[in-house]
Design a protein around this ligand. Structure first.
Ligand code: S3P
Length: 448
């Protein structure tokens, strides 16, 4: 778990010519889901390419606490011997999900329709995040939740003894909420229906279908209507986790802003519900190409090639693209600082309830580095300085948020003066090899 140890301050210094291949780790969203669905099927699920970041390791521990056997062999392949839908045992200890909103929300959903009780906690960041968005729909199945004021962790969920299926329209664009409801629906009889007005990442739906559940998605005037038939026998799978586009974003953006760079980031999952950043960067004039586009394990995949792009221009990011790049706004705001003109980001209220308030965290650090930012509750505008004109020279707070830490470290590669972050330890939640990978490309990032 991150953020509980000694803070690790880092600084990032002007670099030139990032070169080479960036092998980023496995997709975080798909890694969590592989372990949870593996635990809910009977037999052995085999997972290669699993992200071995703290968030996912906390989910692996949690699945053990609910009775699944989860092991890693000497080749780095993971083996999950599941207990089946409805087979979760009651944990005899508090489930600590560390920094991971995805972990805790999906696991709450997965246990909420079994007659067991579990108590969840996390680090200071996770314990400050809203959980009512998940416990409200879980109550419709018959589960009860008791937590701290404002629906915060630590929180105990008493699973429904006789769960009923639900029909639920997700009030915020959130794949975590959608997934929690679908996972709860697995152990309810009959059909559970989830409606989302805006499409969010669809890994849960794809993976449930892969494990043999009956699940359909229809695009209607109401939005995406997802129907799951409860109480299936899930069949264990062999899963090859694609590499994470949200992690690829960091070496890609570093290459775009750093003079003389040419970086290849192979095997990146380009599911349309995740790839909004790359579309946006190309619209800003980034020299970013997709090579060797193909399909792997039911997901579209390509090698990304990013080269230094001195003539980036600010754009208005379409609000209906927000869900497909929700984790990438922090690093986009860094690229926007090096572009000419304004980058306008609207419809992004959800950024305020991530691992940190990401609009506030980035706006504060960008301003300290000499970049003008305007912001409102659900929008912000970064006023680009143009290449070569971003001052830097500040220490930025990471607020226990891996993506804030990595964004500012990317920024310092191209600012006039170095940029520091007060604590880079949260990077271990999603991208444990970040420091070594960036160093191998030629980035001058140092421990302070
Ligand atoms: C995730 C969904 C998103 C995203 C998070 C991962 C998932 O959160 O920010 O990093 O794996 O389902 P929300 O559902 O809160 O938008």
């Amino acid at each position: 778990m991150s953020g509980h140890g000694t803070p690790v301050a880092m600084s990032s210094h002007k670099s030139t010519g990032l070169q080479g291949q960036a092998d980023v780790p496995g997709d975080k969203s798909i890694s969590h889901r592989s372990l949870i669905l593996g635990a809910l099927s009977v037999g052995e699920t085999v997972v290669t390419g699993l992200l071995e970041g703290d968030d996912v390791l906390d989910t692996a521990k949690a699945m053990r606490a609910f009775g699944a056997e989860v092991t890693r062999d000497e080749n780095g392949t993971w083996h999950v011997h599941g207990v089946g839908v409805g087979g979760f045992a009651e944990p005899d200890q508090v489930i600590d999900c560390g920094n991971s909103g995805t972990g805790v929300r999906l696991i709450m959903g997965a246990m909420a329709t079994s007659p067991i009780t579990a108590t969840f906690t996390g680090d200071a960041s996770l314990n400050g995040r809203p959980m009512a968005r998940v416990t409200d729909p879980l109550a419709l199945f018959g589960a009860q939740a008791v937590g701290r004021a404002g629906g915060r962790l630590p929180m105990t969920i008493v699973g429904a003894v006789d769960p009923v299926p639900v029909r639920y329209e997700v009030p915020v664009p959130s794949a975590q909420v959608k997934s929690a409801v679908l996972l709860a629906g697995l152990n309810a009889p009959g059909r559970t229906v989830v409606i989302e007005r805006e499409a969010t990442r669809d890994h849960t739906e794809r993976m449930l279908a892969g494990f043999g559940a009956q699940i359909t998605t229809e695009n209607t005037d109401e939005g995406r209507v997802i129907t799951l038939t409860g109480q299936p026998d899930l069949t264990p799978q062999t899963i090859v986790v694609p590499r994470d586009p949200s992690s690829a974003a960091f070496p890609v953006c570093a290459a775009l802003i750093t003079e003389g760079s040419d970086v290849l980031v192979p095997n990146i999952g380009l599911n349309a519900t995740r790839a909004g950043l790359f579309t946006t960067l190309r619209e800003m004039g980034a020299d970013l190409t997709y090579e060797n586009a193909r399909e792997e394990g039911g997901e579209p995949v390509a090698d990304l090639r990013a080269r230094f792009s001195p003539n980036l221009a600010g754009i208005e990011v379409p609000p209906d693209r927000a869900a497909s790049m929700i984790d990438e706004y922090p690093v986009l705001s860094v690229v926007a600082a090096f572009a000419k003109g304004d980058t306008v980001m609207r419809g992004v209220k959800e950024l305020r309830v991530k691992e940190s308030d990401r609009i506030d965290a980035m706006a504060t650090g960008l301003r300290a580095c000499g970049v003008d930012v305007d912001e409102g509750e659900d929008w912000w505008i970064v006023k680009g300085c143009g290449h070569g004109n971003v001052a830097g020279g500040a220490t930025c707070a990471s607020h226990l948020d891996h993506r804030i830490a990595m964004s500012f470290l990317v920024m310092g590669l191209a600012t006039r003066k170095p940029v520091s972050v007060d604590d880079a330890s949260p990077i271990a939640t999603s991208f444990p090899v970040f420091e070594a990978l960036m160093a191998a490309l030629g980035a001058d990032i140092r421990r302070v």
